[in-house]
Design a protein around this ligand. Structure first.
Ligand code: SER
Length: 317
């Protein structure tokens, strides 16, 4: 990796991944791709080049790839699960037409491509506990449909054209920098904001609903490590299960309570998000990622909670 284009650089993952890549690959150009209305600001804007890149515009992707001699594309443009249920056609357009535009440019210019998949690529008839790497994937949400199709299309471009596509299935991602929006796992971020601000948290996901979650530093490490992995060791490509912690709303509430005894939470279940959450795994088995590219997370629920609260206190108080 030398010259990298991050598409969706101002989003939840992109805003932090762009900065991490700029600190790791100083000799190259890390281009922050964004859409009008979501311009990079502050350090993200000042620390390197940025360009308008709308995934639905193949010509725009091609121009930027040629201009900066891009060798790796991180494709992070997506509508999350609850928003995709409200706007399924837009989700399809961004996630699928966007992806094929990127893959076509990658084929022409020899770029490697990372497009994340998700716990959302699984469905109600997937084994929910220790979900295997290779298993039934029949998701019922539009988000999930696009994620399975992303995995298949990415593997297709690898086998047919030799495009170096690789990715991971992200759990719900938790961070203090940029808020997610419209996701089923967003509650696990929002509860920290409410707790630090001293506000009651109204939880849209029911007690006892377990999902995989991950702290952003581990997710960023995975995104870099998979693209740096020795290709001769990779049996799989799109996409690897990665896991670090699994909890339900009570679990994260109890972890926060150890640090902020006055934290308050009540339930008001959102049926759309709950139905999506119920169809997703409780915990994925990530043995293949550990064996094929030495994946190893650093944070567990308690260490993440301490770090989140410390940073949110600096940010919000
Ligand atoms: N965090 C995503 C969502 O909740 C899942 O990948 O939609």
């Amino acid at each position: 990796m030398k010259n990298v284009l991050v598409i969706g650089s101002t989003g939840q993952i992109g805003s932090e991944l762009t900065m991490k890549l700029r600190s790791l690959y100083k000799e190259g150009q890390i281009v922050a791709g964004y859409i009008p209305g979501a311009e990079p600001k502050g350090i993200l804007l000042e620390s390197g080049p940025s360009e308008i890149v709308n995934v639905t515009n193949g010509g725009q992707i091609k121009e930027v790839v040629a201009k900066y001699k891009i060798d790796t594309i991180y494709n992070l443009a997506a509508l999350l699960s609850a928003t995709a249920e409200k706007k399924p056609l837009l989700a399809w357009d961004i996630q699928m037409n966007g992806l094929i535009n990127i893959l076509e440019v990658a084929r022409e210019y020899g770029c490697a491509v990372f497009t994340p998949s998700s716990i959302g690529s699984f469905g109600p008839n997937t084994p929910h506990d220790d979900t295997p790497q290779d298993t039934i994937q029949r998701p019922t949400s539009m988000y999930g449909v696009t994620k399975v199709a992303t995995e298949l299309l990415s593997d297709y471009y690898f086998h047919k054209y030799g495009v170096d596509t690789r990715s991971v299935r992200f759990p719900g991602l938790i961070s203090y920098t940029t808020l997610p929006g419209g996701g089923t796992t967003d509650y696990a971020v929002e509860i920290y904001y409410a707790a630090v601000k001293g506000e009651e948290f109204v939880c849209p996901i029911a007690k006892g609903t377990y999902m995989d979650m991950m702290y952003m530093p581990d997710a960023l490490k995975a995104a870099v490590d998979i693209m740096e992995a020795d290709p001769t060791r990779l049996v799989h490509r799109n996409s690897f299960n990665i896991a670090s912690m699994s909890f339900d709303p009570e679990g994260v509430y109890e972890a926060i309570k150890k640090e902020i005894p006055g934290v308050r939470m009540r339930y008001q279940v959102d049926p759309v998000r709950q139905a999506i959450a119920d169809s997703w795994p409780n915990r994925m088995d990530d043995t293949c990622a550990r064996n094929e590219w030495d994946w190893m997370p650093h944070y567990d629920l308690d260490s993440m909670t301490r770090d989140m609260i410390e940073h949110l206190r600096e940010k919000l108080l």
